[in-house]
Design a protein around this ligand. Structure first.
Ligand SMILES: Nc1nc2c(ncn2[C@@H]2O[C@H](COP(=O)(O)OP(=O)(O)OP(=O)(O)O)[C@@H](O)[C@H]2O)c(=O)[nH]1
Length: 839
């Protein structure tokens, strides 16, 4: 048998079809018992509670998470044809906002759009339309757009990490209801090192999660190809947006509002010629959102004011959803794009104007190729700063890898101060966190080198213990444990204490085999000597195993099932009964009768119980449904009923009954708007029309934002954003005393305090925020305070501390009259009215 042995084919595994194991498997398959269950039964110790404290903690945590998910179900008022979803694209300047909007529009509609000017509406799918709005870094724009956003795409420049704009917008969102927020990381191609990229991604993701919620989506845009983001990444992002679900926000659901995407000046040109500053009549167009809007109401335009609407009418939808329910994707004709402010609208013919969209007219002109001859001229035109400014902005790096220093900041730059970016020619406001330094592994290298010396003694004792446990005890192995007791005291190292020295000296060497000591187990005496060592033996004189077992049976053998009334007898009991039975042969028949009676009674009882349980189940248990589900179902039914009521009626009649419903494309005519609205019109600023009520006194509750680096002073004007409005007001800060009175504060302190302001009536519980100035982006963190409306009251009593010096005029028992100037004050004994200091 040399050399090549024919290759044996491996025997394949044969599945067992019979035997106990196969039977067990079959039963498990039939019952559908999960494998874990079986393991739990087989090895109960492994699954037993190890620590009651940890168990309690885990349980509490699970319950907390469960309870957090519960919320009062909100009525779904989304109309059958909902308005386009407002996607607000936010981020610091030059982070890539316009580029992404352009890419997304191209992805959905196959059209190129040059300048992103005003809202851009597109049909993104069979049932969804999207309105993209780019948010500039003006605080007013940020505040207004946070109120109407359904989805926020938050851009973060990974090469520069977080900037103040991001946190400002997040803070605004927290106050005005929290829309869905998705992070987008750009400039990832600026990382040369893969490890640094991975670390940055991770760090930014966790920081983002802290601000938004754990697990919030963060998209990575890994680089650009020919001035655009990678097609596949844009496609994925687009897909994500098209299927995203939104939770209705309370403020948005309860207020009708329009984000205007078109504006027409209807003022008579003759009037403008005569008086260029005359009030203008303007018509604004947009999708109605939120809830139903009645004709001829009042609307507020943030930044402009309150205006009565002269006329509202609905128009044909310029960006209609596909009519028939389709199974496949949209065809080219259905991929609509509507952006009148950017000059795209197809053919629009209505009351105010006729628009004819010329295809290709809006194609990005900037992206034309730059030929080498014009490159120099182009670069000269593109220069925004002089050489001096560039020199001043230049940076020097003293050591390789060290942070670059500008001339001015060589020694005085504090964290959080604006940083000049010569590439983008702008100041960037980096957000600095204290914990970031802890995370930074590279920085803490030196300190880590010294840290190993901490707690040396404890570490040594732990290591010794570990070693002791792990190493096999050779003494035990060789000499056995029989006659030597060793105690090691751990606290004092190596203080081994042999307590049984004498015993040990006389001990038998168990390492040797002693043939004399071998016992002959065939002898009866030898067996007798160990007979009582077992369970069945007689351990002690008065404790025989057999008698003990008997006693146990007598004690615990009998028991009565209190539910069914049946009596179970132990073995001993039964034997006793048998003896009795034998003696009472005559009563047998009677007993049989009784037994039958017992049986029928038991059955009756069981039947009664079963019926009661059924009744209980039908009343309280509705399968797996809970109260929450019932509530939701009820709301759903009501919503369907409401929808069905006007389903057959045409839009004209319907509008008269229920008002304009959300999702309609409406035109609002507003007379007497200030002329600046038209003359200074900039489509990059959003125009929002929000419906509202009347003005009155208003009291708010306020806390200074911990990031704002100045304290707020009573009577210093503050700009508040409350409801739809932004307005300037003079707050009075106060704090509640132990006796319930409001004491005036000169300055806000680093804690919660009350603020009384004069402002428009807004429902209690509405959030608001305050800024000291809306101009520019100079200050580090612009949001001065955030809070919530606590109370609506015209008259509030705020007391102020007064310091008066006077002399006792008269003293009567516990009361003193003090004279300050010509006024006499009453001073009670218990200092209820005043605090008195004598001296
Ligand atoms: N290398 C690189 N460049 C990018 C990336 N994203 C954007 N850019 C470039 O950054 C520049 C600014 O992009 P924009 O889309 O205009 O940025 P923006 O946020 O709209 O800027 P503003 O409208 O001025 O606030 C463009 O030249 C882009 O090519 C990126 O991920 N990597």
């Amino acid at each position: 048998m040399e050399g090549k042995e024919p290759k044996k084919e491996q025997k394949r595994h044969q599945q067992k079809h019979s035997g106990p194991k196969a039977e067990r498997k079959k039963i498990r398959k039939q019952l559908g018992t999960p494998a874990g269950d079986d393991e739990r039964k087989r090895n109960p110790k492994a699954f037993a509670v190890q620590s009651a404290v940890r168990m309690a903690k885990t349980f509490h945590r699970a319950q907390d998470l469960k309870a957090k998910k519960h919320h009062i179900p909100l009525v779904d008022r989304t109309p059958l044809e909902p308005p386009p979803i407002v996607v607000v694209v936010v981020g610091p300047p030059k982070v890539g906002k316009s580029t992404l909007i352009r890419c997304l529009i191209k992805n959905f509609t196959r059209q190129k759009l040059g300048d992103i000017c005003g809202p851009v509406t597109i049909v993104s799918g069979k049932k969804r339309r999207l309105t993209f709005i780019e948010c500039s870094n003006d605080i007013n724009t940020m505040i207004d757009l946070a109120k109407v956003a359904d989805l926020v795409l938050m851009f973060i420049d990974a090469s520069f990490v977080f900037e103040m704009e991001t946190f400002e917008f997040l803070n605004i969102c927290q106050v005005h209801g929290f829309p869905r927020i998705m992070g987008v990381l750009t400039h990832l191609d600026s990382f040369r090192n893969n490890k640094a990229l991975r670390k940055t991604k991770k760090r930014l993701k966790h920081r983002f999660w802290t601000e938004v919620y754990q697990g919030a989506k963060l998209f990575y845009l890994s680089g650009m190809v020919y001035g655009e983001y990678q097609t596949q990444e844009v496609k994925n992002l687009g897909r994500f947006i098209s299927v995203m679900k939104f939770r209705p926000l309370v403020w948005q659901q309860s207020h009708p509002y329009v984000v205007a995407d078109r504006m027409e000046d209807l003022t008579d040109p003759e009037m403008v010629r005569v008086d260029p500053k005359c009030d203008r009549t303007v018509s604004l167009y947009g999708y109605l959102r939120g809830t139903y809007l009645k004709n001829k109401g009042q609307v507020h335009i943030p930044g402009v004011g309150d205006f009565a609407v002269a006329d509202i009418s609905f128009m044909p939808d310029p960006c209609t959803l596909p009519e028939a329910q389709k199974k496949r994707a949209l065809n080219e004709k259905e991929r609509l794009l509507y952006a009148p402010m950017a000059g795209v609208g197809g053919v629009v013919y209505d009351k105010d104007a006729v628009y004819i969209d010329l295809p290709g007219g809006h194609v990005n002109q900037e992206q034309e190729e730059v030929c080498p001859t014009t490159e120099l001229v182009q670069s000269l035109i593109g220069t925004h700063t002089t050489l001096d400014a560039k020199m001043a902005a230049g940076k020097v790096s003293l050591f390789t890898g060290a942070a670059a220093l500008t001339p001015g900041e060589a020694d005085v730059r504090t964290p959080g101060e604006p940083i000049w970016d010569p590439e983008t020619q702008r100041e960037r406001r980096k957000a600095v966190f204290t914990e970031e330094e802890d995370d930074d592994d590279d920085d803490s290298e030196g300190s880590r080198a010294l840290r190993w010396k901490e707690g040396l003694q404890q570490k040594a004792s732990e290591a010794f213990l570990r070693q002791q446990r792990a190493a096999p005890n050779l003494r035990k192995l060789v000499y056995g444990t029989g006659n030597v007791s060793v105690s090691v005291r751990i606290l004092y190292f190596f203080a081994v204490n042999f307590t049984d020295k004498k015993h040990r000296a006389d001990g038998v060497d168990c390492s040797r085999f002693d043939p004399d000591a071998a016992r002959n187990w065939d002898l009866e005496e030898m067996l007798d000597s160990i007979r009582d060592c077992f369970v069945t033996g007689k351990w002690e004189d008065d404790q025989d195993a057999a008698t003990l077992q008997k006693e146990d049976e007598e004690l615990y053998g009998d028991f009565e099932d209190l539910e069914t009334g049946a009596v179970h007898k132990g073995k001993a009991g039964k034997q006793k009964d048998q003896a009795e039975e034998e003696s009472d042969d005559d009563d047998d028949e009677e007993e049989e009768k009784l037994m039958v009676d017992d049986e029928t009674q038991k059955n009756k009882r069981l039947e009664k119980k079963r019926r009661l349980k059924e009744c209980f189940d039908t009343e309280y248990d509705d399968g797996d449904a809970t109260y929450f589900d019932d509530l939701k179902e009820e709301m759903q039914k009501q919503a369907e009923l409401n929808r069905a009521e006007f389903e057959e009626v045409d839009d004209e009649t319907r509008v008269q009954y229920e008002g304009f419903r959300p999702g309609m494309y409406v035109r609002l005519e507003i007379p007497s708007l200030p002329c600046e609205f038209v003359t200074k019109f900039d489509p990059h600023y959003p125009i929002i029309l929000g419906a509202l009520g009347a003005s009155e006194g208003n009291v708010g509750y306020l806390q200074k934002h911990r990031w704002h680096n100045r304290i707020l002073k009573t009577r210093d004007p503050l700009i508040l954003s409350l409801g739809w409005r932004r307005f300037q007001t003079i707050p009075l800060y106060h704090i509640e005393d132990h006796c319930g009175r409001h004491r005036l504060l000169k300055y806000t302190q680093h804690m919660h305090c009350g603020a009384t302001i004069w402002g428009p009536i807004t429902p209690q519980g509405t959030g608001f925020l305050a800024v000291q100035s809306v101009a520019g982006t100079k200050t580090s963190f612009r949001i001065a305070a955030t809070g919530v409306v606590l109370d609506l009251d015209k008259s509030v009593t705020i007391v102020k501390k007064l310091k008066l010096i006077g002399y006792p005029y008269k003293i009567y028992k516990n009361t003193s009259f003090i004279k300050v100037g010509s006024t006499i004050y009453l001073l009670c004994g218990r200092h209820l009215l005043f605090c008195c200091r004598t001296g």
